[in-house]
Design a protein around this ligand. Structure first.
Ligand code: GCV
Length: 614
């Protein structure tokens, strides 16, 4: 079992945390002793200071090193100390505190053991309709999460089906035991709920303003918190992709969220309400409706109407975790609402954990576009599963590690994060480590070049979302169109088009509205351009599309060469190389399908005479 995990970024730990550790303070003592023994270090003194909460300080002096921290700050301090020592670096000086109080992982795990958009095997805690898990693996995972400070884990899919039963007595005991398994690591559970659940329990309606409905949710919340007193809260996907919600009863999302918030408030719970709402029954002939506008249109008018313990969770882009999207305008529009930023570690549109795609560079760009202070929490769709290494691709672990680092410090340097992950995970010679880090740093750009020209998105195979299908979504109902014809491609989202750009604050709107200032990588997101449009570098749009696809594929081939030069541990090297072969096949397929698609439409030849299939 789980042999590989000890090669993750906690290389100094090879002993299971004993089940007798029940609290983060006990885990801190155990981990410090085990870690110092493995690394042959003198053991620092631990000093609990409850007032410090999640914060910690590692201080040195004549009397030796002292780690002071709260609950679970002390545990975070222990990991920070051990990881710094293992990496041969200085322990961060002064008081360390996470930037965001809620650092959530959203697991899209289903009761039958499958995971929606899961690329690392089956669920770690669901099987056959019940919650069941391997304690040792949960403890390994708990320490991984604690070591990067992730503190909330939502156990079930936001598309709630059989998991709705989690709130019912029969399941609460299992939920309570799972919560206890994660508790020593400072990880609190959260549960996704089905808005229409009262209907299944004889209430007759799920109308949020109905007294019977309110009572039902309060009773459920009381029962759930009796079983799991430190449950973090409920997560809700409503009126989205066929999920039930308040719209059925003519109520607003503030009505729906506030009703649930009232039920969880006495227990100190938060109600996380997702803002992923759009019309997934659109007619492709309708050019007036523009899907990216939907969340803003739904939520911006509700700013200020949500209860204090409601957090509105907004995907980082206005579509859906595409390779390149602008920041969602909803995130700028709701200063009187507590917002959480939703990211996706699961590589749904970004290579299925087959193709390399390191995310910290993207999150850094995000932090530059959207001041991190605009949101109060972060959530990421998990990339975890039952595979021995938890993330399928051994390098996909860098995204889990990197997410924790980002959630603590959103402006952290991506290169520094990846270097630290590589150093802790693989003891490679310096030159090889640099090569691995640079490969990961560039992986997003490579992927973007061979799949999505200039912000176009949505050319993926429908349903599975891997591999090219330029018109796969073009005549479908999901609102995801590029409208390529023989002359032009892209959607005009300026004031002359759908008007989407006007959802941004003026300065950002102006940047995107103008062809001069709109960055190349979002040109076709905001503008409809002719193939002979001349870009700032003098190339035509069509030539740029061809060039990007040829270059992206060549760069993927160069990454495969680099990978060959790395002396990785045998299983990881083998796994990474097998996946790289699949990535190369994918990159070639994307290059040829997309180039052929545009060549057939435009009739324009590649200026450099490279092979395009007709
Ligand atoms: C959980 C996209 C994904 C769905 C996912 C949905 C969401 O549409 O393809 O699998 O459902 O986003 O975020 O709710």
């Amino acid at each position: 079992m789980s042999e590989k995990i000890y090669r993750a970024w906690l290389p100094f730990l090879d002993a299971d945390v004993p089940e007798t550790c029940k609290t983060p303070a006990e885990a801190a003592e155990y981990e410090l002793e085990a870690g110092c023994a493995a690394l042959k270090l003198p053991e620092p003194r631990l000093e609990a200071d409850p007032a410090m909460g999640e914060g910690y300080v590692v201080s040195g002096g004549d009397g030796g090193t002292v780690i002071t921290g709260g609950e679970p700050g002390l545990l975070y301090g222990v990991y920070a100390f051990l990881m710094a020592k293992a990496a041969g670096e200085d322990v961060p000086a002064g008081l360390q505190r996470p930037f965001y109080g809620l650092r959530m992982l959203n697991c899209w795990d289903n009761a039958d053991g499958t995971i929606e958009r899961g690329y690392s095997g089956r669920s770690l805690w669901f099987e056959g309709g019940r919650l069941a898990w391997d304690g040792a693996r949960i403890r390994q995972l708990g320490r991984l999460l604690a070591s990067v400070g992730v503190n909330v884990l939502c156990v079930n899919n936001v598309n709630v089906r059989a998991e709705a039963e989690l709130l019912i007595e029969d399941y609460l005991d299992e939920l309570a035991r799972l919560a206890a398994a994660f508790r020593p690591f400072g990880v609190r559970l959260m549960v996704s709920i089905d808005f229409s659940r009262p209907l299944a329990h004889g209430v007759g309606t799920a109308d949020p303003l109905d007294e019977g409905v309110r009572r039902w949710w309060k009773q459920r919340a009381d029962a759930v918190w009796r079983a799991v007193p430190d449950l973090a809260g409920f997560l809700v996907k409503a009126d989205s992709e066929h999920r039930p919600g308040p719209f059925t009863y003519g109520r607003s999302h503030a009505d729906g969220a506030n009703m649930l918030a009232e039920a969880v408030a006495p227990h100190g719970g938060v109600l996380v309400w997702r803002a992923f709402v759009y019309n997934c029954q659109q007619d492709w002939r309708d050019t007036a409706t523009d899907r990216p506008m939907a969340a803003y249109d739904t939520y911006a008018p509700l700013d200020g109407q949500f209860a204090d313990n409601v957090i509105l969770q907004v995907k980082h882009g206005p579509f859906d975790f595409q390779v390149r999207e602008p920041v969602s305008p909803t995130l700028y529009a709701m200063p009187r609402t507590r917002l959480a930023l939703e990211l996706q570690l699961a590589q749904e549109y970004t290579g299925h954990q087959i193709d390399l795609y390191a995310m910290n560079p993207m999150w850094r760009e995000l932090a530059e576009e959207l001041p991190p202070e605009k949101v109060c929490a972060v959530a990421a769709v998990s990339n975890l599963g039952r595979d021995a290494n938890y993330t399928g691709h051994p390098f996909a672990a860098a995204n889990l590690y990197g997410y924790g680092r980002y959630a603590w410090q959103p402006r952290v340097s991506p290169r520094e994060v990846l270097r630290r992950w590589a150093r802790l995970t693989y003891a490679l010679p310096e030159g090889q480590q640099d090569a691995l880090v640079e490969m990961l740093m560039g992986s997003r750009g490579v992927y973007e070049k061979y799949i999505a020209p200039l912000g176009l998105c949505w050319m993926v195979c429908p349903g599975v979302h891997y591999g090219p299908s330029p018109c796969g979504y073009e005549y479908d109902a999901w609102g995801t169109y590029h409208r390529a014809n023989r002359d032009a491609v892209g959607i005009d989202r300026t004031a002359k088009g759908t008007g989407y750009a006007a959802q941004y604050p003026a300065q950002i709107r102006d940047k995107y509205e103008s062809l001069e200032t709109c960055p190349d990588n979002l040109k076709l997101f905001f503008h409809r351009l002719r193939y002979d449009y001349v870009m700032a570098d003098g190339r035509t749009l069509i030539q740029r599309i061809y060039d990007d696809h040829f270059e992206g594929c060549a760069e993927a081939e160069a990454m495969a060469q680099t990978l060959q030069t790395l002396s990785l541990p045998a299983e990881d090297g083998e796994e990474a190389r097998l996946r790289m072969e699949k990535q190369l096949a994918n990159a070639r397929q994307w290059r040829d399908v997309v180039n052929t698609f545009f060549h057939r439409l435009s009739g324009v030849d590649d200026a450099r005479g490279r092979k395009i299939y007709d």
